[in-house]
Design a protein around this ligand. Structure first.
Ligand code: TPP
Length: 275
């Protein structure tokens, strides 16, 4: 697997991953479309630039870890892990089938780069904290990344974990917040507004930065910033667009959990430069 800090190369990887993701979901005829497209630029930067990991040695003890707390967005990591070389691309054809490791929510399988079972919202931050505590005790120096979501931020458990990370100064924690303003069946602002997230995490003693979650340069810079900011856990609030990259999906809550139809896939592939 080659890693790069070149913005055009990363943009091209993200485009390819969006294509793979939509083809996979279309074939499965079920799964989440909007969230995975929305986090794809961040996932691309993590796996193909920022993270220290080795698909040939998935249990390497000093690898950086990533936990997808908003587990329903797993199509994004499945296509990224496959492209990185953790498992053959053909496995994507078995998404959500009985017996496949690629279920509708992530199931722990370190050999395939899936660091934790997730999907029950709110748990991922605690698990990441636990891994960071273990690293501290073992005197290991890896970065513990996780992805969270604004819908997930309505879960009390996330805030308990945020308090823990701030109090214990878990400085090797770098979290992203997929802040697309949408949850399972509507807009956060109409259901239960979680804003202002910046102030909340600052009050919980985190370092906080807000970025455009589709701007590769800003994503790279934010990780640089996080690594250079000592003594606190880091929350990178990424403003994203649900369904990013395909106009017929963008910012529509309906596409939280619906796979593309034949017609929608055709339009999407054309917009992504594949048809
Ligand atoms: C503890 C828990 N409660 C409820 C759910 C059901 N659920 C699945 S996704 C979701 C909405 C999450 O919001 P968000 O991640 O912001 O949605 P997206 O931006 O991906 O559309 C909910 C409530 C769950 N997975 N876990």
């Amino acid at each position: 697997m080659t890693k790069t800090a070149n913005i055009e190369e990363l943009q091209e990887i993200a485009r390819q991953l969006r294509v793979d993701c939509l083809k996979m979901l279309h074939k499965a005829k079920s799964g989440h479309t909007g969230g995975p497209l929305g986090i794809m630029d961040i996932i691309t930067v993590l796996y193909f630039s920022a993270m220290n990991h080795d698909p040939k040695n998935p249990r390497w003890e000093d690898r950086d870890r990533f936990i997808l707390a908003n587990g329903h967005c797993c199509p994004a990591i499945y296509v990224a892990l496959s492209k990185a070389g953790y498992f053959p691309k053909e496995e994507l054809d078995h998404l959500r089938q009985i017996g496949s490791p690629l279920q509708g929510h992530p199931k722990l399988k370190v050999e395939w780069g899936i660091e934790m079972s997730t999907g029950s919202l709110g748990q991922g931050m605690s698990i990441g904290n636990g891994i960071s505590f273990a690293a501290r005790l073992d005197k290991r120096d890896f970065w513990m990344y996780s992805m969270h979501s604004d819908g997930e931020a309505q879960e009390g458990m996330l805030w308990e974990a945020a308090l823990t990370a701030g109090h214990h100064k878990l400085e090797k924690r770098i979290c992203f917040m997929d802040f697309n303003g949408i949850q399972i069946d509507g807009f956060n602002k109409d259901i239960k507004d979680v804003s202002p997230l910046e102030d909340k995490f600052l009050a919980f003693r985190w370092a906080v930065k807000t970025i455009d979650g589709h701007n590769i340069a800003e994503i790279l810079d934010s990780i640089d910033w996080a690594k250079k900011t000592p003594g606190k856990p880091k929350m990178i609030i990424a403003k994203t667009i649900l369904g990013k990259g395909v106009s017929i999906f963008e910012n529509l809550p309906k596409y939280h959990g619906v796979a593309p139809s034949d017609e929608e896939l055709k339009i999407a592939l054309k917009e992504l430069g594949e048809a």
